[in-house]
Design a protein around this ligand. Structure first.
Ligand SMILES: Nc1ncnc2c1ncn2[C@@H]1O[C@H](COP(=O)(O)OP(=O)(O)OP(=O)(O)O)[C@@H](O)[C@H]1O
Length: 343
């Protein structure tokens, strides 16, 4: 693995700046818009796994789809090696971009056509990107993801969910990507096989230097696999930093609210409804910010306070006083059943 200090001082592999995505609501001529992402700034360094965590509907998949260029951002910059790809490739991703950035989806069955054998998916991906697609290349791909060579002849329905997800990852690797966007790659798998996929992700980072954006509801898996974690609330980031530091010392009440829902064998009383109600109030109707003495707090601007540095990564938290004005935040604000969060 490359040295951490070196990688963090380099230009990140991928950065987004001020990324905003509005969806049109209603008919073709409707003026109603739903803001799914608002002014997101995020870096994905070389050879690092960045987890993006947040509740259902917070905008995680929309962000990944913007990075994959499956969605066109409404505004903002998308920088690959520091170059603004939205400016240079206005009409859509170039073949080189699609080779560099690959996406792995939640449902491995849905993304594999049942009439083809595994070797077909891998060979096709190699050929589409102009790479050699002989027996050696196929064997290398399938074994890289921990499957045996004879599985090249299998049909998707003959494989388990975990094996299918490995095939989907092998197909993404066929184009030799530098960034893999993994959108909840384990959420449809049995708990017993999830760890195998997480370990594969770590191996791809460590042995192949691949960067990943790992999207998940599961904070425990983010802690296990990701170098850094970013927390998304209602389309805006609220906290980010080294995964262990962030989870051991969460600073934003929303991060603490998410963590309070993670089962913890050392916490004998389960969820604490009083604590959770206080955290929710601190998120939605903040009265103070612990970093007010810095003099930069704002209720109207999403100021970031840098509160530490771990493993070369700044630990930052958004000013507690700021509450996003997006419709998603308003929906959360008015949620009738606070304990119905899906974390
Ligand atoms: N094509 C679309 N048209 C309109 N609204 C959309 C569209 N795609 C997403 N949204 C809305 O944008 C918001 C963010 O959705 P997104 O799927 O990115 O969230 P998420 O955090 O990935 O949720 P989940 O974990 O449930 O997948 C949601 O309110 C969703 O309803």
């Amino acid at each position: 693995m490359t040295d951490r200090a070196t990688t963090t001082t380099r230009t990140p592999l991928m950065s987004v700046r001020g990324l905003t995505k509005d969806f049109r609501m209603g008919g073709l001529f409707s003026r109603d818009r739903h803001r799914a992402l608002n002014a997101v700034d995020l870096d994905i360094p070389h050879g690092r796994i960045v987890a993006l965590v947040g509740e259902s509907g917070s905008g995680k998949s929309t962000l990944a789809r913007c990075l994959a260029r499956l969605e066109q951002p409404t505004s903002g910059q998308l920088l690959l090696d520091g170059r603004d790809v939205l400016r240079t490739q206005r009409r859509g991703a170039s073949r080189a971009y699609r080779g560099t950035v690959q996406m792995v989806f939640q449902d491995p069955f849905g993304s594999l056509n049942p009439v083809h054998r595994v070797e077909h998916f891998l060979r096709r991906a190699l050929l589409v990107h102009g790479r050699p697609a002989g027996e050696d290349e196929l064997r290398e791909l399938i074994t890289t993801v921990g499957l045996s060579e004879d599985m090249l002849q299998s049909y998707p329905h003959e494989l388990s969910g975990g094996q299918r997800q490995r095939v989907a990852i092998a197909r993404a690797l066929a184009v030799d990507p530098r960034l893999v966007l993994a959108d909840e790659p384990t959420s449809m798998l049995d708990v017993s096989v999830r760890i195998g996929i997480l370990n594969l992700m770590r191996r791809l980072r460590d042995e192949h230097g691949i960067s990943m954006l790992y999207i998940t509801h599961d904070l425990a898996s983010a802690r296990y696999v990701a170098d850094t974690t970013q927390v998304l609330f209602a389309g805006e980031l609220v906290e980010g930093g080294d995964s262990l530091a962030l989870m051991d010392h969460p600073a934003h009440p929303y991060t603490r609210l998410l963590l309070s829902a993670v089962p913890d064998p050392e916490r004998d009383h389960g969820y604490d409804p009083v604590e959770r109600a206080a955290l929710r109030a601190a998120v939605l109707t903040p009265e103070s910010c612990p970093y007010e003495d810095e003099g930069t707090c704002s209720r109207t601007e999403p100021v970031r306070h840098v509160i530490g540095e771990d493993e070369g990564q700044p630990h930052w938290v958004r000013c507690h006083l700021y509450v996003p004005a997006t419709p998603t935040a308003r929906r959360v604000l008015t949620a009738a059943t606070p304990e119905a969060e899906n974390v």
